[in-house]
Design a protein around this ligand. Structure first.
Ligand code: HSE
Length: 345
């Protein structure tokens, strides 16, 4: 089975996925019978190219590394914007990795609606559209007979969404709780080692953990979007981000962290969703935990989620919460997932 992919956005995550596609090309073919070409990339900053016969991804990646954009690529048609690429490029899978916007979901929501409406599969790591419009988009995908997959919206490539929907299917999830933002957990860990807020935030940006606008991380909005996604997708909730009381880490001072350390405690930014009768509720806030709480031992960019279920009681996953290849991997998993589902038909 051979697929044509179009990338809408080509930042850290898009590049990470492109790198994995190249590195795992043989494995995809021999292990899964999956072949691909990337026919288009459209990114307002990095440049846009459409090449019907398939782009040279190795060259694209080396241009991105060398020049910070793909404008030096010497073949194909240049300059198509995102919607033109979605509507006109020869592609059956749209890789939607434009920057997350948790206020109105744009431009990702318009991209995903257009792609599904054109009967193109969508794999995305974009939290805004899923946190705000999950039910509408899932229904649109179903009506058009295509996949909408979004593993990387929560805990990067660490299985959280597919785990709940596939492997835990049939279990009722009553509660989900844990650390779901890599940037802030990394920052809190480094600050407990004595480094300043500004230094560690810059480092989180340099390492590709932080959102395009890192306010989303430190003010808790990123964790808020993730707990909304989990509450709605996994627990059947009907939450909007504004329904979730949210506090980030901006008010935690170096002194607070030092005092916690001498008391044998650590700050963790915790997202929590639970059922109250038939309603699902959620909140995000910093919590002080002691060494008897396993979250105390989850440090750096590592995240952890506990699902409280009827069948198994607690199931906990621990793994990377952010990063170029880690988030790129979620797209690879989703690509394989849609291949498995649709190649059987
Ligand atoms: N900025 C996010 C984080 C990226 O730090 O967790 C992954 O969603």
């Amino acid at each position: 089975m051979s697929y044509k992919l179009a990338f809408i956005g080509f930042g850290v995550v898009g590049q990470g996925f492109a790198q994995l596609l190249e590195e795992k090309k043989n494995l995809l073919r021999t292990g899964f019978g999956l072949e691909y070409t990337v026919t288009a990339i459209s990114d307002p900053a990095k440049g846009s190219i459409y090449q019907e016969e398939g782009l040279d991804l190795t060259q694209i990646l080396s241009l991105t590394e060398k020049d910070g954009n793909v404008k030096g690529y010497d073949r194909g048609v240049k300059g198509w914007d995102s919607l033109r690429t979605i509507n006109e490029a020869d592609a059956d899978v749209i890789v939607e990795v434009s920057p997350t916007n948790i206020e109105n979901g744009e431009p990702g929501i318009s991209h995903i609606r257009a792609a599904l409406g054109k009967k193109k599969h969508v794999i995305t790591t974009n939290k805004g559209p899923i946190a705000l419009f999950y039910r509408e988009l899932a229904e649109l995908a179903r009506r058009n007979g295509v996949a909408l997959k979004f593993e990387g919206t929560v805990l990067s490539g660490t299985p959280a969404i597919n785990l709940s929907l596939d492997t835990l299917a049939g279990a009722v999830v009553r509660e989900i709780k844990g650390i779901m933002n890599g940037t802030t957990n990394y920052m809190l860990t480094k600050m407990a080692d004595g480094q300043s807020y500004e230094t560690v935030l810059k480092e989180a940006q340099r390492l590709g953990y932080a959102e395009t606008k890192p306010d989303a991380d430190v003010k808790g909005w990123d964790a808020q979007a993730k707990i909304v996604i989990l509450a709605n997708v996994v627990m059947g909730g009907h939450l909007k981000p504004k329904d979730v009381p949210t506090q980030g880490i901006t008010e935690i001072t170096q002194d607070d962290i030092e005092k916690a350390r001498t008391d044998g405690k650590r700050f963790k930014l915790i997202g929590h969703a639970w059922k109250e009768g038939s309603e699902v509720k959620a909140k995000v806030s910093p919590v002080l935990v002691g060494a008897d709480d396993f979250l105390y031992h989850v440090n750096g960019v590592t995240n952890a989620l506990t699902f409280v279920t009827d069948a198994l009681n607690k199931v906990t996953i621990v793994g990377p919460g952010a990063g170029r290849l880690e988030t790129g991997f979620s797209l690879l998993v989703d690509f394989l997932g849609l291949h498995r589902a649709f190649s059987k038909r």
